[in-house]
Design a protein around this ligand. Structure first.
Ligand code: GDP
Length: 302
């Protein structure tokens, strides 16, 4: 059984015994409407938690009247307060969050196939997104080292799976960007089979960070990608990039893009994935994203 599935099972079963009372919340796992995760295991459905997020300045700016929260393990949804929600996100901070700063990062290897990737079973986060979404900039901002993202941009490396070891304990994995404007359908298919192999076979993949450019309206290719990951029960976090582009006069535009994307995603998920707003220019969301990764990682590690 894949670790990912083990996590799903363990996570769900931690709320047992069921059927009564029903679970307070189920986290980490995205349940796609068409998946059979719940029916297969005969486990109760997750409770969708919706609360008013009025005290978060960034959320206020984004004008989300309500947000569907991502409640991590160890937190009872009834105990969630506004202060526990990471600013500019729907992510609740729980007891598994810990030290999250990046002290050192080293490039380990580039792999052409999933089976060539490092085999030390350290937890990893894959960073995925459309070409030009701001992937390299985000990686730079996270690790605060320009050469890391430069490595990924070197000719010959952009179509490979690049592993970076962080604090000698976990990996950031840079995946090839998708949706090149001029790419032929064949090129897209090649990307699909290559990257799908990684997603479907990588046991130590904790979650995919799917980068979405908040400065443009929802793109079909991003929605297709999110839906494919969801259908295959691969946990993901939506990382909205370029959120500094929210000028006062155009603020609504960015809000609308993010909200529209969420609405389109909501149609397909029983439980909304975690999401967070970031900017590599201002540093918005950086520390919050690292905290989020720490709680996913620590839960995975235990
Ligand atoms: P990649 O192709 O996904 O690796 O994207 P890059 O990181 O190379 O960024 C593509 C373009 O978007 C560059 O011109 C960046 O300067 C710009 N960009 C990336 N992140 C941000 C951001 O947070 N805010 C703004 N305003 N521009 C960004």
């Amino acid at each position: 059984m894949l670790l990912r599935n083990r996590l799903l099972f363990r996570n769900l079963t931690s709320f047992l015994p069921s059927p009564s009372p029903p679970p307070k919340s189920v986290s980490f796992i995205l349940s796609f409407n068409k998946t059979i995760a719940y029916s297969t295991h005969k486990l109760p459905k997750p409770q969708v938690v919706a609360i008013r997020a009025t005290k978060q300045p960034i959320l206020e700016g984004a004008r989300f009247a309500k947000t569907v929260l991502f409640v991590p393990p160890g937190v009872d949804s009834e105990d969630v307060t506004d202060e526990m929600i990471l600013p500019g996100s729907n992510i609740v901070l729980g007891p598994y969050a810990s030290h999250s700063q990046i002290k050192e990062v080293e490039f380990v290897k580039s792999s052409g196939r999933a089976k060539d990737c490092p085999k030390d079973n350290r937890p990893e986060f894959a960073i995925l997104g459309r070409s030009n979404v701001g992937k390299s900039s985000l990686i730079n901002a996270l690790v605060r080292k320009k050469e890391v993202a430069l490595t990924s941009k070197k000719p010959g490396k952009t179509q490979l799976i690049n592993h970076f070891l962080v604090n000698k304990s976990w990996y950031i994995v840079d995946l090839p960007g998708y949706g090149f404007a001029k790419a032929s359908d064949t090129a897209r298919t090649d990307w699909s089979s290559f990257t799908k192999g990684y997603f479907l076979n990588r046991e130590s993949l904790v979650a995919v960070l799917l980068l979405i450019d908040a400065s443009v309206p929802p793109q079909k290719i991003d929605l297709d990608c999110a839906n494919w990951l969801g259908r295959n029960n691969i946990p993901m976090t939506f990382v909205f990039t370029k959120c500094d582009k929210m000028k006062a006069s155009k603020g609504k535009r960015l809000d609308e893009n993010i909200r529209d994307f969420q609405e389109l995603i909501r149609e397909n998920y029983k439980q909304h994935p975690p999401w967070i707003m970031t900017s590599s220019v201002t540093g918005l969301g950086r520390d919050e994203l690292l905290l989020h990764l720490s709680q996913l990682r620590n839960y995975w590690d235990q």
